[in-house]
Design a protein around this ligand. Structure first.
Ligand code: SF4
Ligand code: SF4
Length: 467
């Protein structure tokens, strides 16, 4: 340990003596201290009010067992299994029944399930289901953009504009925000996070899965194998904030509307960002849930940590985000993964497990594997049960986001305190903070009619509310 390097824990303890300074917040990014694994920084812009530890490039904020961890087959995830797995095909169908029960039999008078709620939900999902054959398609374009002839100019070099690759990377992230992302990060692509196969590659045979393999310069489909060049070794992870009050309506239809709105924005932004990169002469594969696992890619790209609820927790937006990604051979500069005390806080907090109506979230310690074939073993984490989660009301439930103490606007004194105590890792105080959080009324369900009576400007999708 150098004179300037201190153990994070002891540093934070010392910092606790003057935590009032932290509560006030700072307006720009600055390094507070060096830690054993990186540096502690504050950046309202990137991280909200949290002090965040930016880890060195070789440090990752999770433990994995390389003997166990393998690429996951896309055929094994719950969405795919709903198409081919007899155990899933025979599940009770929920969607139509719920609509019939609520709108026809209930005559639209059931709270949180009204015609107005359904209309918002239905329209929100309009651009969501486009993983194959829609805006996410990449295989027919050789990863390049059509039109305008920009691809004929070869690959763009930032030096043309006296820019460094760091500045070029910032420009790509700027473009991601321009196209609608709430935040973006870059990581070196870990091939373990790519699916080992591509499920349902065409509509003729939806139970088909074709292997995905690294290709030298091969790109796309050859002899029933999908190739992705090894040179495509960067991923731009993009996150989309979901509407705070919509999620607060969970498990009502407005929460599904917030989710669908996130999915639709994912499709627009990932596909336009991919075309931006292609217009610069590089290859790009945009994806929502397809191609690979978004959460570990986003963690590697510095967008957050994994929570007990199985969701990425971002310092600024908490768990209230959706993720998409663009895989590329543009030599972007990776961001640092981050830590801000999520795992330690989740060890004390059970709110998502207690409020999960389907019992899908474990209330014990982290494990190396889960109980479902849709879990991919080999990472120490909380494995949720995707089948029971999916089967509870399809996409309308977001209780595990609604009740999470990280899912808060940044403008209440209570939540500023919570963030400071989380960061101080004052374990004995976590439980008091969680009780205060509950007593304050945050996390309770917001009725649909209270949502509809609001001025739309109150929606926390408006980014300024998070400052
Ligand atoms: S979405 Fe609902 S059912 Fe699924 S894990 Fe979260 S709380 Fe449980
Ligand atoms: S509700 Fe509590 S345990 Fe669950 S993810 Fe949020 S902080 Fe962690």
């Amino acid at each position: 340990m150098t004179d300037n390097t201190i153990e994070r824990r002891s540093f934070l303890k010392r910092l606790g003596l003057s935590s009032a300074i932290l509560v006030g917040g700072l307006s720009s990014s600055r390094i507070i201290a060096e830690t054993t694994d990186g540096v502690l920084v504050r950046s309202d812009k990137d991280y909200g009010k949290f002090p965040v530890e930016r880890l060195k490039q070789n440090c990752i904020p999770y433990d994995m067992d390389s003997e166990i961890l393998k690429q996951m087959s896309e055929k094994r995830n719950v969405f795919s299994r709903n198409v081919w797995d007899p155990l899933r095909l025979n599940r009770p169908e929920t969607e139509e029944n719920i609509t019939y029960e609520n709108l026809v039999k209930g005559k639209g008078e059931i709270p949180d399930q009204t015609r107005l709620d359904y209309a918002l939900m239905a329209a929100s999902w309009k651009y969501a289901n486009m993983d194959y054959g829609g805006v996410y398609s990449w295989e027919l374009q050789d990863g390049m953009v059509g039109g305008m002839g920009l691809e004929k100019l070869g690959t763009w070099d930032p030096e043309e504009l006296d820019m460094t690759w760091n500045e070029a990377t910032a420009a790509v992230k700027h473009a991601a925000l321009f196209y609608g992302a709430s935040t973006a990060g870059v990581a070196e692509l870990n091939p373990l996070w790519l699916y080992s196969d591509r499920f349902s590659p065409d509509r003729k045979d939806r139970s088909r899965a074709l292997p995905v393999r690294p290709g030298d310069e091969r790109f796309g489909l050859e002899n029933d194998v999908w190739y992705i060049p090894e040179s495509m070794n960067r991923v731009v992870a993009v996150a989309f904030e979901e509407d705070f009050y919509g999620i607060c309506n969970s498990p009502g239809r407005l929460a599904s509307a917030a989710t669908g709105n996130g999915y639709s924005r994912m499709a627009f932004t990932a596909s336009t960002l991919a075309d931006f990169i292609r217009a610069l002469g590089y290859r790009a594969i945009p994806a929502g849930n397809g191609i690979g696992l978004s959460i570990p890619m986003a963690i590697d790209a510095g967008l957050g940590e994994l929570g007990r609820n199985g969701i990425l927790i971002n310092p600024k937006f908490g768990p209230r985000i959706r993720l998409a990604k663009v895989i590329t051979d543009m030599p972007l500069i990776p961001d640092s993964p981050i830590k801000f005390g999520v795992t330690e806080f989740c060890e004390d907090c059970m709110l998502c497990a207690e409020h999960c109506p389907s019992g899908s979230i474990p209330d014990g310690k982290r494990t190396w594997s889960g109980t479902s074939v849709s879990n991919n073993p080999g990472v120490l984490k909380w494995y949720i049960h995707p089948e029971t989660c999916y089967d509870f009301n399809g996409f309308s439930c977001s209780n595990c986001k609604r009740v999470c103490p990280f899912n808060k606007p940044n403008n209440s004194w209570l939540h500023k305190m919570i963030r400071e105590f989380i960061e101080l890792k004052a374990g004995s105080l976590n439980k008091i903070m969680i009780s205060l959080d509950q007593a304050s009324g945050y996390g309770e369900q917001l009725s649909d009619m209270d949502f509809w009576k609001m001025d739309g400007n109150q929606s926390i999708t408006a980014r300024e509310k998070m400052e």
